[in-house]
Design a protein around this ligand. Structure first.
Ligand code: PEP
Ligand code: MG
Length: 886
């Protein structure tokens, strides 16, 4: 077996190999090659991380010997010495996987400090306060990361020391206080571990490397990978980067900061970010102190600002992506500590894509593929309805950190937010700051509000990545965790009270403010038009009202792939009629009611067809079982029981009897779809007539309407032909009556397993197919689509029995195979047969990718997902092309 090289110095690594070096390691080595100022260091590869786990969580034998050799090399480059009491070499130990997982894994700073080296640092820098402050930070971080000591214990000691010395700010603590803190911190660790705090830097580094590897399998990292679908082929283990420490906290000629080369919030071409004078990187990232806007660095340190600005443009040109950069200025000397592709809001991604094409930095294909299609959902988020805002009290203002408006009840506790979110309560999480371990609560909250931190704080970055509205740095907000309340501007909000946050302006309102549909910006339209041109797949909408048809069309849908007619029967002005129809005791009575219902359906169809003029509108005949339209039997019984004495309950009792008669043990596999059409042909007859009459009405008005009729739940050609006969009868009756010839396609859904298997028979009658991937998934897995996701599927995913819910993303091997059979057999007989999908999968980027490769004609998705589907379809085509040509 080839012996693996466990460590690469930054200057010797192949920076293209992110899987081996991790993103951070690759970035550091690439910057070193570009001759940018990077502190010396090396990367322990992700392969070593995997060996660590294969060895039963033991570091490979020779690793520390190799680490020592590389430390010696750094000593040579820097002139500093490991474990020296005169000029000590200190390092940071940083995690870094192939894909960025901000804050999910551990990092240790100032490693190498002990009671001797702290004196060396103190002498060398002529700054004892700085040396002791670094030492106390080191013990705190090491204690937390390596030994798992609760941070609050250290904070407690720090707060007492501040009180004792009478200062408010950490930076005002004097040497004596810091020395005492160091001793107390060590004691906290010793008490926790029942051993002495390790003083030898070799031991420190061994423990630290191991802790970073451990953090790869830490709960928060696992959750993050799960939620972001980071599988092993995307990132397999973390690398560890050992980097010479440079200090941003060596006085007022030192600073540390985080910047984006373009605005991560709106995409504007400007260096955006913040820095802190006399501080270490963690202060900025944790949001403990709110940073200064980076534009102010121009005045504070003009030379360093220039270096930063040059580095920004060099890196952006090199990577052809906006970068997220960490820098430190140590006594006027500028260093880069990290560069990575900037995680931007969806709006910023869209704008930068369009602008970078204009700047000729990238081409249109790259502009389209660099946008995670799913993230576009954020652009389709609601915003505050400015016309209805009057009367809502402004509560407080903070920094707008992630766009979109969200309402929910205020919750101040992470665990409670998770529980409430899981119980379908809309929650806005309010915290002073957030930490990586709080991330699970982000998923269950509508939005996040913090009183501290800036745009690059943890809360801001994580929210933006998730597309959740977020406001940070709300410094007027006083949060009282003990009493579950917060106060600002004389107003108190208690836990459970509704608020609204506007992540686009930073404003917080009391109450639930009405919101409006999102606006598609010019840049977004540009992206959508590029995507429309690049894609092969057709994109249609699942829409059953004129409004949703209009919205879908505005978003770029080219037709309706599924109009569920049963949704129309649920409208208040017709549900009564429909119930009467079901209750009718003879055909004559039923037909009379159906006539009225037919008029209502016709006028619905007219409006929808008009909204989609020029495009096909697939109208599906009634699907659910009839009993679903009757009141719930339990409610009826309750009514009968409660009204024992008074009124005449004959009608209620009749409805109950009918509901019981129609009730089924397993309605999802019962008397629904085509089976209803066969047993109650008058219903389908009425619907087919309504479609024809609507088409005739529009034809007379010269509206180019293109309805097509689709039959649900078909499993055999006999069923389909049975309905086709009804269709043909209606057609000839109507053509005779109106003296117009009309061609309305007649097709079938493929959502029953047998339909897929016998598609070669169905195609003889069907003029088009549409896969109902919801029912097909249910049938293929024998998982109830109603219950599975709420019951056992989460555990399946937790236990890695399934990667994602098959109801969300098409199960390519199972459902996909059936689809391929259906397509192959159908097209073998009708070469150009139109085949779509109209299950919820139609808006899911991975499913769209599959549909593209399976040669499906179009996908149909809900209106809000249309732009996502358009971009995902374009990406599928571009990536397929790139794969073929490579
Ligand atoms: C389907 O089953 O995928 C489908 C679109 O039909 P419905 O969800 O209405 O059953
Ligand atoms: Mg279905």
């Amino acid at each position: 077996m080839k012996k693996l090289k466990p460590i690469y110095a930054f200057e010797e690594a192949d920076s293209k190999n992110r899987m081996l070096l991790g993103g951070k390691g690759a970035g550091l080595s690439e910057m070193t090659r570009l001759k940018l100022p990077v502190p010396s260091g090396f990367t322990i590869t992700t392969e070593v991380c995997n060996q660590y786990y294969e060895n039963g969580k033991k570091l490979p034998k020779n690793l520390i010997v190799e680490v020592r050799k590389n430390i010696t090399k750094i000593e040579g480059k820097t002139g500093k010495k490991w474990n020296s009491s005169t000029n000590p070499l200190l390092v940071s130990v940083r995690s870094g996987a192939a894909i960025s997982m901000p804050g999910m894994m551990d990092t240790i700073l100032n490693l190498g400090l002990n009671d001797q080296t702290v004196l060396g640092l103190s002498k060398k820098t002529n700054n004892p306060r700085f040396a002791w402050d670094s030492y106390r930070r080191f013990i705190q971080l090491f204690g937390k990361v390596v030994f798992g000591v609760n941070d609050e214990k250290f904070d407690h000691v720090l707060n007492i020391a501040k009180k004792k010395q009478g200062v408010k700010d950490d930076s005002k603590l004097d040497v004596n206080s810091l020395k005492q803190i160091v001793n107390q911190y060590k004691k906290i660790c010793n008490d926790h571990t029942k051993r002495k705090f390790p003083v030898n830097p070799n031991e420190q580094i061994e423990l630290a490397v191991e802790a970073v590897f451990r953090s790869w399998m830490g709960e928060r990292a696992i959750v993050y990978r799960e939620k972001n679908n980071i599988t092993k082929d995307i990132a397999n283990g973390t690398a560890v980067n050992i980097v010479t420490m440079v200090f941003g906290n060596m006085g007022n000629d030192s600073a540390t900061g985080v910047v984006f080369t373009r605005n991560g919030h709106n995409g504007k071409k400007e260096i955006e970010g913040e820095y802190l004078l006399n501080a270490q990187g963690e202060d900025v990232v944790a949001g403990v102190r709110t940073g200064k806007d980076v534009s102010k660095l121009k005045n504070d340190m003009p030379k360093s600002y220039n270096e930063l600005s040059n580095a920004c443009s060099k890196l952006e040109k090199h990577f052809r992506e906006p970068q997220d950069i960490e820098f430190t200025i140590e006594q006027g000397k500028f260093y880069l500590l990290q560069t990575r592709t900037a995680k931007m809001s969806a709006g910023a991604l869209v704008r930068t894509s369009v602008e970078m094409v204009k700047e000729k930095l990238i081409d249109k294909n790259r502009a389209l593929t660099r946008i995670p299609a799913q993230q576009l959902e954020a652009l389709l988020h609601r915003t505050i309805n400015q016309n209805k805002i009057k009367g809502f009290e402004k509560f407080v203002k903070g920094i707008a950190a992630s766009p979109g408006a969200a309402s929910g009840i205020a919750v101040f506790d992470v665990k409670r937010a998770i529980v409430m979110g899981e119980n379908n309560k809309k929650v806005v999480l309010i915290r002073k700051e957030t930490k990586p371990e709080d991330v699970p609560a982000f998923f269950s909250s509508e939005g996040i509000l913090t009183s501290q931190g800036g745009k690059s704080s943890h809360a801001a970055i994580v929210s933006r990545g998730m597309g959740k509205p977020c406001i940070v740095g709300c410094s007027d907000l006083k949060i009282d965790y003990d009493n579950n309340k917060c106060i600002a501007n004389g107003i108190t909000v208690l836990e459970g009270e509704p608020i609204t946050i506007d992540g686009s302006t930073g404003l917080v309102y009391i109450g639930e403010v009405p919101t409006v549909e999102p606006q598609v910006t010019k840049d977004f339209q540009t992206i959508l038009s590029w995507a429309q041109n690049a894609k092969r797949l057709g994109i249609r909408a699942n829409a059953d009202t004129p409004d949703s048809a209009k919205l879908a069309r505005k978003f770029g849908a080219q037709g309706i792939g599924l109009c569920r007619t049963e949704r129309m029967f649920n409208a208040t002005d017709r549900i009564g009629l429909f119930v009467d129809m079901i209750m009718a005791t003879n055909l004559k009575q039923r037909n009379n009611i159906l006539k009225k219902l037919g008029q209502l359906q016709k006028s619905d169809f007219v409006q929808i067809l008009k909204a989609m003029e020029g495009y096909k509108v697939t109208i599906r005949l009634l699907d659910p079982p009839l009993h679903e339209f009757l009141p719930n039997p339990e409610d009826l019984m309750d009514k009968i029981y409660k009204n024992k004495k008074g009124e005449n309950l004959t009608e209620t009792k009749k409805v109950l009897e009918r509901a019981k008669e129609l009730a089924e043990i397993n309605p999802m596999m019962g008397h629904r779809g085509v089976r209803v059409g066969i047993t109650y042909p008058e219903i389908y007859r009425m619907q087919i007539t309504a479609v024809f009459e609507a088409a005739i009405e529009l034809a007379k008005k010269k509206v180019n309407a293109k309805p097509q009729i689709m039959i649900p739940q078909v499993g055999s050609i006999a069923e389909l032909n049975h309905i086709k006969d009804i269709y043909s009868e209606v057609k000839s009756e109507i053509q005779k009556k109106y003296k117009i010839k009309l061609n309305i396609n007649f097709g079938t859904m493929l959502e029953v397993v047998r339909a897929c298997l016998t598609s070669d028979e169905l195609v003889k009658t069907a003029e088009f197919f549409s896969f109902g991937t919801n029912d097909l998934t249910q049938a293929v897995f024998s998982f109830s689509r109603e219950d599975a996701e709420g019951k056992f599927l989460p555990e399946y995913m937790e236990k890695e029995l399934l990667e994602t819910s098959p109801f969300q993303s098409i199960d390519v091997n199972g459902v996909g195979s059936l689809m391929k059979i259906g397509i192959k057999q159908g097209r073998a007989i009708k070469k150009d047969l139109e085949i779509g999908i109209c299950g919820e999968h139609g808006g899911d980027p991975n499913s769209i990718k599959f549909c593209h490769s399976a040669n499906v004609s179009y996908v149909s998705a809900s209106p809000h997902r249309i732009p996502i589907a358009i971009v995902a379809a374009a990406q599928a085509k571009i990536l397929e092309h790139q794969k073929k040509s490579s």
